[in-house]
Write a protein that binds this ligand. Structure first.
Ligand code: GLN
Length: 443
């Protein structure tokens, strides 16, 4: 597939051809189930969009039954920005229901397959976006990352996925999951394309009260800049041999490229898991209360109002979403609020401070993205097992930091990705490091 950079230079007539070509390829790879629906009518370079971002006139469903039939009445700010830059939303991609998951197995539309091995998950929750780019049926895509949902599927599918600093990209028009954690970001074939797409969608938006009022200078990644990079020995020891091998390979490549490598320590990531899941579920339980059978999507008619709510939500939400609403409501309930929710917020503060301390010494942190390569379908036996597998990605969201995942190695034909984590609002350095590592491992 041609890159985003190349596509942006195509004459208009050739864009129409390109769209037809993508549609034909997507049809041939239908069994991947990467796209939920396609729409060739938009004018511009076609970009795949995760099914939780509002596109005017599209059915947008967060891959949930409860939102079947809901048609978005407006464009998310990122979509407005895409259109202004000569890009067009092209198809909506599969995902875990309401972005809750790490495998894209919980979609109402069925699972997405990993293009590298049909017996394995593409990662999640932005698994459709990652699979589409990896399979050559999307030039680039948008995903959302609440606790790793851009970076982890990118790593599992062998593409680049970038999560911006919290507040850098507008959340206006992104269906909220964990509002204090969610960010939209690019999923692309290479680091340069990620920077191009990031430049288009970043910037202050008065329509999003959590949007940062910061100057955003467009980024051109500089692979020649020499950086101080922190590695985390106490983190990596729990990763699989394949991931450890990729980590060693990356460190050697970075040293050879002239970067300084420094060992740093981060506290046990089990605290990240606890703080993240309490926070994300609490926020999800409030955010999802709006799906009541009145305002959006499906309604199941029943006797009275309360019965209608109950019937609609019982029928419309899948099992994982219900579990999270229940747990989230529990940690916010009086009597448990201090013990769980407030404590999680305290832990979050400590995690943020810890990162800030490490960043006094280093420009970037190199970290695994997931404990292993893409899992086989059904490998996650319990919800808890799935939550624990997010160990390397969720600290970044708790601290609101930017990070990028890129392919570094292969193991039995499966891609292994690693991530760089940067200082808040220092996306430039994140892209610089990534472009250097990309060049070094490509050789
Ligand atoms: N796997 C994590 C979760 O289920 C992250 C999901 C995401 O980033 N949207 O919450």
């Amino acid at each position: 597939m041609i890159t985003l950079k190349e596509a942006l230079n195509l004459p208009k007539e050739e864009l129409a051809e390109l769209k037809k070509d993508i549609a034909a390829k997507a049809e041939a790879k239908k069994e991947l189930n990467a796209y939920i629906a396609m729409d060739e009518s938009g004018e511009g370079v076609p970009i795949a969009i995760k099914d939780n971002i509002q596109v005017d006139g599209w059915e947008v469903t967060c891959a949930s039954k409860i939102l079947q039939g809901y048609v978005a009445p407006y464009d998310a700010t990122v979509i407005t920005k895409l259109r202004a830059a000569g890009l067009a939303p092209y198809g909506r991609t599969n995902m875990d229901e309401f972005a809750m998951g790490s495998t894209t197995e919980s979609s109402y539309y069925g699972k997405t397959l990993n293009p590298h091995d049909p017996n394995r998950v593409p990662g999640g929750s932005s698994g459709g976006s990652a699979a589409a780019v990896a399979a050559g049926i999307a030039i680039a895509a948008l995903g959302s990352d609440t606790g790793g949902s851009i970076r982890q599927p990118a790593a599992f599918c062998g593409i680049v996925g970038m999560k911006p600093t919290y507040g850098r990209v507008s959340r206006y028009g992104l269906a909220a999951y964990g509002s204090s954690l969610d960010q939209i970001g690019p999923m692309t074939q290479n680091v340069e394309d990620a920077a191009i797409l990031y430049n288009i969608i970043a910037g202050f938006d008065p329509k999003d009260s959590t949007s940062a009022q910061k100057e955003h200078t467009p980024i051109t990644p500089d692979p020649d800049r020499k950086l101080t990079i922190g590695i985390v020995p106490n983190y990596i020891k729990d990763a699989s041999a394949a991931v450890q091998k990729a980590y060693d390979k990356a460190i050697a490549a970075l040293k050879a490229a002239g970067h300084e490598i420094v060992e740093v320590e981060l506290m046990d990531a089990k605290y990240d898991i606890a703080a993240y899941y309490i926070t994300a579920m609490a926020e999800a339980s409030t955010n999802l209360s709006r799906y009541d059978g009145v305002r959006y999507g499906r309604r199941v008619e029943a006797g009275g109002l309360k019965d209608m709510y109950r019937a609609t939500r019982s029928e419309g939400f899948g099992e994982e979403v219900k579990r999270r609403i229940l747990l989230g409501t529990f940690v916010l309930s009086s009597g448990y609020y201090d013990a769980y929710y407030i404590k999680a917020q305290r832990a979050r503060h400590v995690i943020k401070e810890e990162y800030a301390k490490v960043f006094e010494k280093v420009d970037l942190i190199l970290s695994p993205v997931a404990p292993d390569v893409a899992y086989e379908f059904g490998a996650m036996k319990t919800p808890l097992e799935m939550y624990l597998s997010d160990v390397y990605t969720i600290g970044v969201n708790l601290a609101g930091l930017p990070a990028i995942s890129l392919p570094v190695d292969e193991h039995n034909g499966l891609p292994v990705g690693l991530q760089f984590i940067g200082k808040a609002f220092d996306e430039q350095t994140v892209f610089d490091g990534a472009s250097s590592l990309e060049r070094a491992v490509k050789g």
